[in-house]
Design a protein around this ligand. Structure first.
Ligand code: BGC
Length: 517
């Protein structure tokens, strides 16, 4: 029987207070590490959420710059103009990573820092220089850059000229941009992600309309700019798949041989627990996965949409771009962003109250954390995030069994709203976060021990950051950021993660994964 992980986790907590003052050999137990050799342990972030400097050094406007400046779009009225000012403070932030002892960092590039007007203008050398400085610094500290080409941001120029994702033109812009990235950074960046969470970006932007460009119709939301919630998500999804395929094809033909990197796609993932043992509710689980995650993973890997989508949507589903059939599987790894799980209930054969997932174009599978008076897990101050660690084990197992492609957990973490009038000691006491991360890592290890090929884990996030339409009030950081002074203060979770990595992380002589087969 495998040794249980929990005592070691508990041990790492015990070490917390003494680790700083005593020279304990925390690696003593590393022989029993449940993680494969060369496992990547990192933190994750995205450019808009941390960089700030929104008009500095020639950067152009992106869709989020423009959206957050519209009154009423962000709950607390904040925006990413300054955020954590990571653009100017990246050295300090890399020091924080080095102190934790991570061997990798998931970051994203700001498209308009590099191409202020997409392909309709010049390359901004200041943007290239900035990312070169950051990448070089990371590598000099032994931290592998894991780079997302776009984490939701697209140039406003693309929106103004041709409605952004609604036009297949976006594929040309994205490929042009990716070419600039591969050319300038690909000698050092060996892990690329084309786009972060197309499912979230398109559901929120084009079905319920709460994210840019704020489009929706009918009962899905109240959108002044128009939209078609039943059709547009699939049109933009198609254009995204075109862009993704074309970027990967470009990398494979022009760069892969010389640069030797790998490309993946990061999906937001949910585990869904059927509300009953009925066949209908179990089928609803498959439909929920099809319409949420496999909508993109299936075409990207298998070259076709999931059968559940085909059956329900028929001709309403745009064709899979030819490029994805040519290059399948188009990804070398799957980026799994996982935070929470919901119940799922069938709405094809039984009547459902209206709610997330219940309509035909969402797959007729109602999903939410509360059903029939039951809650799936412990609530947090985020209305969408419930603590259900089993979901981590189940989702990576499901993905591995379906696709047999290596997995990196590219995001996992928990955020809280800070109560007013706390002392600094109280602000940095985040035992709840430690409990969450410990439990989710434990569940991940259970999957790894069963043979699921997981190669890395990126904790969201190094710093508190701009949490999209929830603004700056929601804090996901291992470090607290004082938004008046921009001072970073490590929370208890930062020392916990440091101790955890020292105990269980990559052992001596570990090499970056891209050097292995
Ligand atoms: C997104 C992040 C976001 C995090 C927490 C993820 O789905 O990729 O940008 O901050 O969730 O909400």
């Amino acid at each position: 029987m495998e040794p249980p992980l929990l005592p070691l986790f508990a041990l790492s907590i015990l070490f917390l207070s003494s680790a700083a003052s005593h020279s304990l050999s925390l690696k003593e137990d590393s022989n029993s590490s449940p993680f494969p050799p060369n496992f990547l342990f990192g933190t994750a972030s995205s450019s808009y959420q941390i960089e700030g400097a929104y008009l500095a050094d020639g950067k152009g406007l992106n869709n989020w710059d423009v959206f957050t400046h519209k009154p009423g779009t962000v709950t607390d009225g904040s925006n990413g103009d300054v955020a954590d000012d990571h653009y100017h403070r990246y050295k300090e932030d890399v020091d924080l990573m080095e102190d934790i002892g991570v061997n990798s960092y998931r970051m994203s590039l700001s498209w308009t820092r590099i191409l202020p007007k997409g392909r309709f203008g010049k390359v901004n050398q200041a943007g290239i220089d900035y990312y070169n400085r950051l990448i070089n610094l990371l590598l000099s500290r032994g931290i592998e850059p894991f780079v997302t080409i776009s984490h939701y941001d697209i140039p406003q120029e693309a929106v103004d000229r041709y409605d952004g994702w609604l036009s297949p033109e976006i594929a040309k812009d994205f490929t042009y941009y990716a070419d600039v990235c591969f050319k300038n950074f690909g000698d050092r960046v060996k892990y690329w992600i084309t786009f972060n969470e197309p499912n979230v970006a398109f559901i929120r932007g084009y079905r319920i309309g709460i994210w840019p460009p704020g489009r929706c119709s009918g009962s899905f939301g109240n959108c002044s700019v128009g939209g078609n919630s039943e059709k547009e998500p699939f049109i933009v999804g198609h254009n995204f798949l075109l862009a993704h395929g074309s970027i990967v094809e470009l990398y494979r033909t022009k760069y892969r041989k010389i640069q030797g990197g790998k490309i993946g796609l990061a999906s937001h993932t949910m585990w869904f627990e059927p509300i009953s043992n009925s066949t209908e509710d179990k089928m609803a689980l498959e439909r929920a996965q099809a319409f949420y995650m496999n909508w993109f993973l299936d075409p990207a890997i298998r070259g076709d949409y999931p059968i559940e989508m085909r059956e329900i949507l028929g001709d309403d589903l745009p064709p899979v771009p030819e490029v994805l059939k040519r290059i399948k599987p188009s990804i070398d790894f799957i980026g799994v962003n996982h935070y929470t799980s919901y119940f799922v209930k069938d709405c094809l054969y039984s009547v459902c109250e209206p709610g997330l997932g219940s309509t035909r174009t969402e797959g007729s599978a109602l999903t939410w954390a509360h059903v029939n008076g039951r809650t799936i897990g412990k609530p947090t101050s985020l209305d969408w995030l419930f603590i259900y660690p089993e979901g981590m084990e189940k989702i990576v197992t499901y993905i591995w069994e379906r696709f047999k492609i290596p997995i990196f957990v590219t995001e996992n973490g928990v955020g809280w709203k800070e109560e007013p009038n706390l002392t600094i000691e109280e602000m940095i006491n985040d035992e709840d976060r430690i409990d969450y991360v410990r439990a989710y890592l434990d569940a991940l290890v259970t999957a790894i021990r069963k043979g699921v090929d997981v190669r890395g884990y990126f904790l969201w996030s190094l710093l508190d950051n701009f949490e999209w339409t929830d603004g700056s009030q929601i804090r996901f950081g291992l470090h607290r950021v004082d938004y008046d002074t921009l001072e970073r203060t490590p929370r208890m979770s930062a020392s916990w993660y440091k101790t955890f990595i020292a105990l269980h992380g990559f052992g001596p002589g570990a090499k970056p994964l891209h050097t292995q087969e």
